[in-house]
Write a protein that binds this ligand. Structure first.
Ligand code: NI
Ligand code: MN
Length: 225
């Protein structure tokens, strides 16, 4: 499996012939110089309605006939704009044959770019017999994360928002890693805007102290898994 950090909370997961794109906020991201329509995807996971997550989902979905997987309200919004969607909700799982995707709790807010109600924000579990990962969306630290180890196979890695201010910060992410029982954490949702600047040394020190591997990816980087 290959995992590329495109920027902010956007990742591209490549497994066999499948490409799963997560939260593709590219247009408007000051750190990315990339044509969103150059990205190929079969599925697009959208964690909630905020524009830094819905981003270019609709355009990429239309270009690639990629299915957007999101909560019901986000999916309905994208569907109205011409995208192909699966409108699910928290607690629900869909079996895509090559992997399972489950929507799990995220504590955050969710309003769509047009101001309409975005439903409840969520995270995603993506797993099969070969890999298992958790993407937390924009979640705050929540005790619900203690359920994650019971909902999916042992996690190979988890992607957590670490920039603080709008989401968890460093210390909360360490606790989250313990709650979800995961030894390899990939940071996201940092450095895109001034309030979410990440102190890399502080983050590495906090994780080192707790014996948990932390990867702080560079924009455009393929992450070694
Ligand atoms: Ni958000
Ligand atoms: Mn966000």
């Amino acid at each position: 499996m290959k995992l590329k950090f495109i920027g902010h909370s956007c990742f591209l997961l490549e497994y066999k012939e499948y490409k799963i794109l997560i939260d593709p906020f590219i247009t408007g991201n000051p750190n990315i110089n990339l044509d969103p329509l150059s990205i190929e995807a079969n599925y697009i996971l959208v964690s909630h309605g905020h524009s830094d997550h819905v981003g270019d989902s609709v355009e990429i979905s239309k270009k690639n006939s990629a299915k957007i997987i999101a909560n019901y309200e986000v999916a309905e919004y994208c569907e109205k704009l011409g995208a192909n969607t699966l409108g699910m909700n928290i607690g629900g799982m869909v079996d895509l044959d090559f992997c399972k995707i489950k929507l799990v709790t995220a504590i955050h807010s969710s309003r769509l770019p047009d101001g309409s109600y975005g439903g409840n924000p969520n995270g995603f579990l993506v797993y099969n017999d070969e890999f298992s990962l958790y993407f937390a969306g924009d979640s705050a630290l929540t005790l619900d994360m203690q359920l994650i180890p019971k909902l999916a196979p042992k996690l190979d890695f988890a992607i957590l928002p670490m920039g603080d201010y709008y989401t968890m910060g460093i210390e909360d992410c360490v606790l989250a890693a313990q709650f979800i029982d995961c030894q390899r954490i990939i940071a996201c949702h940092f450095d895109t805007f001034p309030p979410i600047k990440l102190d890399r040394n502080k983050a590495h020190n906090a994780f080192d102290k707790n014996g948990i591997e932390l990867i702080i990816p560079m924009v455009g980087e393929y992450i070694k898994l």
